[in-house]
Design a protein around this ligand. Structure first.
Ligand SMILES: [Zn+2]
Length: 329
């Protein structure tokens, strides 16, 4: 008999062992009864599939013990696939829109009448299941000069511009259909310019184009006159910026019966590219229509001013008086 079994053989040892076992059992029962989720408000964070022992952490918080730097697997959101259809993305050589350089405003001191983004009329693209206006609408007066937003080569300057803006497919069906109907003049007059950086600029609804295909223009050169040809409710310029090696985007499916292909190259937001420090930028509306932070934030009162004199803001006196006639469309 060695020393270990000799200890177990003593009656006093068995009493002590039973007492310790009873203590452990009652502790486990107490922990199991104190389940978060029953009374603890933090129980919602704990997965219901976890055993009760794992939920009843020693801290009593009910949250699986994890330091601030070690996120627990229970609260980590499942990463969403950002590109559900990978066949839409190919190799790119162009820079992202935010890094494009040397663009100028194609209309001077214009009003922004419609931005690139979701819209419930005149949609063209479908992005994330939502109908999008595919460019930037800016307006001054009918007949005003429209300028090239970037140096480049004019590809087309008429109503049959669709074949130059990056469809996957054959947009000629658009013209063939209108030809049959005798309505080719229903299309907008447009200029498409290869900006030489992987992007093309599209200037739509012109009253007339003042450049020819093949012509090289510099940023700021006149290329046409502001008008309302095509589907427009008033004189304005629709300016689209198309990334010719970008991802494929969905064209609104119901346009297919008018001859529009189902996919087109990536349209980017011109407001990411046009220069806000430019003297011709629509400064008056800069903070109002395009706030510095793109994150949507709820309207909040202005911060308290430290100046003792009250500063009138938003009074009728600050309303711009010389308003150009804005034509929505
Ligand atoms: Zn538009």
């Amino acid at each position: 008999m060695n020393r270990h079994t000799a200890v177990l053989a003593r009656p006093g040892t068995w009493v002590a062992l039973v007492a310790v076992a009873a203590l452990i059992f009652s502790g486990a029962v107490a922990l199991a009864m104190f389940r978060p989720g029953v009374g603890a408000p933090t129980g919602a964070l704990a997965s219901p599939t976890l055993p009760a022992v794992a939920q009843a952490s020693p801290t009593g918080s009910g949250r699986p013990s994890a330091g601030p730097g070690t996120p627990s697997p229970q609260v980590t959101p499942t990463p969403e696939p950002t590109q559900p259809s990978t066949d839409k993305v190919g190799p790119r050589h162009s820079v992202d829109p935010e890094r494009l350089k040397d663009y100028v405003w194609p209309l001077h001191n214009a009003w922004i009448t419609s931005k690139f983004g979701p819209r419930n009329f005149g949609q063209f693209l479908v992005i994330d299941g939502v109908g999008y206006h595919d460019g930037l609408d800016i307006a001054t007066h009918c007949g005003d000069q429209v300028y090239a937003a970037h140096d480049g080569r004019v590809l087309v300057a008429d109503r049959t511009f669709d074949k130059f803006i990056g469809y996957r497919g054959h947009p000629e069906d658009i013209y063939n259909r209108l030809q049959r109907l005798g309505r080719v003049n229903a299309l907008a007059i447009a200029v498409v310019i290869d900006d030489g950086n992987g992007y093309r600029s599209l200037y739509m609804h012109l009253a007339e184009a003042t450049v020819e295909p093949g012509q090289y223009v510099r940023a700021g050169d006149q290329i046409g006159k502001e008008g309302m040809t095509g589907a427009a409710t008033g004189c304005h310029l629709h300016y689209s910026l198309i990334r010719m090696d970008g991802e494929w985007q969905d064209v609104l499916p119901r346009l297919n019966k008018y001859g529009y292909p189902l996919l087109i190259r990536e349209h980017v937001d011109p407001l990411d590219v046009l220069p806000w420090g430019d003297q011709y930028a629509p400064k008056r509306l800069r903070d109002q229509i395009y706030p510095p932070s793109p994150t949507p934030t709820p309207a909040s009162p202005p911060p308290p001013t430290t100046s003792p004199s009250p500063t009138p803001t938003g009074s009728p006196g600050t309303t711009p008086t010389a308003s150009p006639s804005a034509h929505p469309g």
